[in-house]
Ligand binder design. Structure first.
Ligand code: G3P
Ligand code: CA
Length: 241
């Protein structure tokens, strides 16, 4: 599922089919032929880099509380799959290290630095580097500070700024930071924005693609890639064009 002209990124794994950000979701992405997956990282209370989307465990586990207030052992005790379907009750919150060990040489990681703690980008990059995986990683974030950290610490890793709005000031800041990508929400994307970002030298990767109509519109607008919960449907659409 690697297309030369469009990067198909399984969002939180193949999260339409398995609980987001679990091994089941990443395994499913691989089964579907995905070459790229996106996931979110936070610090646990004891400084481990864990893979979960929200600031709290409430929505995607049977526990409650802030991720940053729970130790890795506490996070690992939670069921991270039953909220999605009973058959996934054995799923646990993975660590970044587990993903690096399980999928090395098989997937490109688009790591979204979600937690707001200082040095989360640096710790994430240390783990990636320790596993010899720098060539197959992209760092993204909504937070400029986390991107600044990543750019200063590992300028060789491509980085992208996730944005709900894109204006000239943001484009200029992204240029100064040396970002390879700007990642607009699908809702603001049109051909004019794609052209403007391409002219400034940015790769355009889109997020917030909720259904197949939006998926088609993003491809037709000329974007370079997108995160999507159903990577198989995106691959079929691109193959059919
Ligand atoms: O691909 C970027 C996308 O993951 C950002 O939104 O809320 O899914 O983390 P969110
Ligand atoms: Ca994300």
């Amino acid at each position: 599922m690697r297309h030369p002209s469009f990067t198909i990124i399984a969002h939180r794994g193949a999260s339409a089919y398995a609980p987001e950000n679990t091994l089941a979701a990443f395994d499913k992405a691989l089964d579907l032929g995905a070459a790229d997956v996106e996931f979110d990282v936070h610090f646990s209370a004891d400084g481990q880099v864990v893979v979960i989307h929200d600031d709290t465990v409430d929505r995607t586990t049977n526990g409650s509380g802030a991720v940053a207030a729970l130790t890795l052992a506490q996070l690992k005790s939670l069921d991270a799959g039953s909220w999605f379907a009973a058959q996934f009750s054995e799923e646990r919150i993975p660590t970044l290290v587990e993903l690096l060990e399980r999928y090395k040489d098989r997937l490109h990681f688009h790591i979204e630095v979600k937690g707001r703690a200082e040095h989360l980008s640096e710790k994430t990059i240390d783990l990636v580097r320790d596993h010899g995986w720098l060539d197959s990683v992209t760092i993204t974030s909504f937070q400029k500070e986390r991107l600044e950290e990543a750019r200063a610490y590992a300028p060789e890793i491509p980085a992208g700024w996730l944005a709900r709005e894109v204006d000239e000031s943001m484009i200029e800041q992204a240029r100064r930071l040396g970002l390879a990508m700007i990642c607009p929400h699908a809702g603001i994307l049109d051909g004019e924005l794609v052209d403007r970002l391409h002219q400034k030298g940015f790769i355009v990767r889109v997020w917030g693609v909720g259904d197949e109509d939006v998926m088609r519109r993003v491809v037709e607008a000329g974007a370079d890639g997108m995160t999507v919960d159903f990577p198989d449907k995106l691959a079929s659409f691109i193959d059919s064009r």
